[in-house]
Design a protein around this ligand. Structure first.
Ligand SMILES: NC(=O)c1ccc[n+]([C@@H]2O[C@H](COP(=O)([O-])OP(=O)(O)OC[C@H]3O[C@@H](n4cnc5c(N)ncnc54)[C@H](OP(=O)(O)O)[C@@H]3O)[C@@H](O)[C@H]2O)c1
Length: 243
C-alpha cells in the first residue's frame, strides 16, 4: 500500500519524533503544526535529508475549516490519507479545579478532543479498507491530574472513549483505531504547564525512575500503525514507566 500519514502537531515533541520515524519507514508524511513554522520546516528538512518525503502544513486542527483545508492539501500533494496520528494537544498552567475558567476548559476540550473528532471524520471518509489511526491520549486520563490540570485529563478521557467507539464502528472496514497513553515525557509541554522541570521532579515517583523520551512514544505509535499490529484495535498502550 502507498502509505500516506497525517501527524497533527508534528512540529516538535512527540509529533516530530513520530513524523521522522514514520518517514524512515516509508510513509509520506504531512507535518501539521499550528504556529511554529520554523520548527515544522526543520522536521521536514530532517526527513528529506534522510531520503524521506514530507511537507509541512499550518492548520489549527480544532477548527473545522482548517481541517478541511489540511485534508485538501494532503490530497493534492500525496493522494488518499491511509494513516492518521492525532497528536496535537495542549495544557495550561497547573491549577486547582476551582481555579479553572470556562474559557480555558473549552479551549482544552476543543483543541484536544474536537481536533481528534474532526481529523478522524475526514480521514475515514477517504481511507481505503485497512487503514489505521493512533490517538495520543495521556496517562492523565487514568490518573485525573488533581491539582494540576483536570481539564486536560478529562479531554484525554474523552479521547479514550472516542478511540474505543470508533474502533468498533470501523472494525468491519479493517480500519484499526488505537491510542497511546504517555506520561512524563520530556518535551516543551511541561513548560506550558508552568513547570519546565516537572519530569525531573517526578522521576523518583516513577517505577522506572526516569522520564520517557519522545522517541519511546513514537516507537509504540509506529508499531500500532504498522501491519505488525494487524490484530490490535480498540486498545491502549500505557507508556509511563510503570506509573
Ligand atoms: N509530554 C508529555 O509528558 C505527554 C504526556 C502525555 C501525553 N502527551 C500528549 O502528547 C501529545 C504531544 O505532546 P508534546 O509533549 O509533544 O507537546 P508539545 O511539545 O507541546 O507539542 C505540541 C504540538 O501540538 C501542536 N498544536 C497545539 N495545538 C494545536 C492546534 N490547535 N492545531 C495544530 N497543532 C497544534 C503544536 O504546534 P506548534 O509547535 O505550532 O505550537 C506542537 O507541534 C499531546 O497530545 C499531549 O497531550 C504528552
Amino acid at each position: 500500500m502507498n502509505k500516506v500519514v497525517l501527524v497533527t502537531g508534528a512540529g516538535r515533541g512527540i509529533g516530530a519524533a513520530t513524523a521522522k520515524l514514520l518517514a524512515k519507514q516509508g510513509y509520506r508524511v504531512c507535518v501539521n503544526y499550528r504556529t511554529k513554522a520554523d520548527s515544522a520546516q526543520q522536521v521536514v528538512a530532517d526527513i528529506k535529508a534522510q531520503g524521506g518525503k514530507a511537507f509541512a502544513f499550518a492548520a489549527d486542527v480544532s477548527q473545522e475549516s482548517a481541517v478541511l483545508e489540511l485534508f485538501q492539501a494532503i490530497h493534492e500533494q500525496y493522494g488518499t490519507v491511509t494513516h492518521l496520528v492525532n497528536n496535537a494537544g495542549i495544557l495550561f498552567t497547573q491549577s486547582t479545579f476551582a481555579g479553572l475558567s470556562v474559557e480555558r476548559f473549552n479551549k482544552v476540550l476543543i483543541t484536544n478532543v474536537t481536533s481528534c473528532f474532526l481529523c478522524c471524520r475526514e480521514a475515514i471518509k477517504q481511507m481505503p479498507n485497512g487503514g489505521a489511526i493512533v490517538n495520543v491520549s495521556s496517562a492523565a486520563s487514568r490518573i485525573g491530574a488533581p491539582g494540576e490540570y483536570i481539564d486536560y485529563a478529562a479531554s484525554k478521557g474523552a479521547m479514550d472513549s472516542l478511540t474505543k467507539g470508533l474502533s468498533l464502528e470501523l472494525a468491519e472496514r479493517n480500519i484499526r483505531v488505537n491510542a497511546v497513553r504517555p506520561g512524563f515525557i520530556d518535551t516543551d509541554m511541561h513548560a506550558d504547564g508552568g513547570e519546565p522541570n516537572r519530569v525531573q521532579r517526578l522521576s523518583p515517583q516513577i517505577p522506572l525512575k526516569r522520564g520517557g523520551t519522545a522517541t519511546e512514544v513514537a516507537n509504540s505509535i509506529a508499531w500500532l500503525l504498522s501491519d505488525e499490529a494487524s490484530y490490535v484495535t480498540g486498545t491502549f498502550i500505557d507508556i509511563a514507566g510503570g506509573k
